[in-house]
Design a protein around this ligand. Sequence first.
Ligand SMILES: [Zn+2]
Length: 281
Amino acid sequence: MRLSNLTLEQFNSQFATEEACVTFIYQSKWPHGFSCPRCQFRHAYVINSRRVPLYECSRCQHQTSLIAGTIMENSRTSLKKWLLAIYLTARSHIGTTAVELAKRIQVTYKTAWLMLHKIRTSIHLADQKEPLKGTVQINAGIYGKSPKSSSYKQPSEHLVLVGSTLNSNHEWEHVKIKHIAAPRSRYKEITRTDLLSFQESHLDASVTSCQAVTGFYTPRKQRPLLQFVTQASNWLKTTFHGIGPRHLQKYLDEFTYKLNLSLKNIAIFDHLLQICVSQHG
Ligand SMILES: [Zn+2]
């Protein structure tokens, strides 16, 4: 079932009860049936006396909760509200804001912000596990471009490197946009150290060729990946009215996460739920 295709009304009726959410999260967490996190035994007794079921391993008696190790652990917010937060985040090209989420699920702005922050942290961790492979291109771009033209970097401007794997048909397959959080120059320029740091952090050992065009005065047609920086900037502007440098990376990761799943034709909600319920750390 591709739940990403459900309308909001269909989603709400599908997950009308906590029981429906428990069943669904159980299937996402243990698609092949229960597995004890301590001894991997495949059978457990269910203890239903709590808000969220506990499972006691029939071999080693280890007790684990349905939400242990997930972003929902230690949260008093209902599973239904969490699933809706994940559903709203998964909407491609839209996503959701803490203001909208707070209103829809009737929680405080602070709670909604923290929920989205945890979802974005899961996305960020998933991104780190998927480096660019094979044939890679890298371009430099600017988020929050100032209308004032200057070779100095303006306070509103944040330098980014955008890289992508190219498939055998020369199509973009996996895109990353990374904020240069501590630029080594006050000019609009990507230093060799910035580029090397990007390559070390985000390229796999299997990379066979890496072409980097990072000059800001190089014609745009030689920097085709800039289209993704423009798309990300437009989304951040429209949905969030812009994002400051502190959390910018997590929002850029959310953008490329959804873009990459769309490029691969993978359902976003199903994938996002999967990474939100898998063990962290
Ligand atoms: Zn066990």
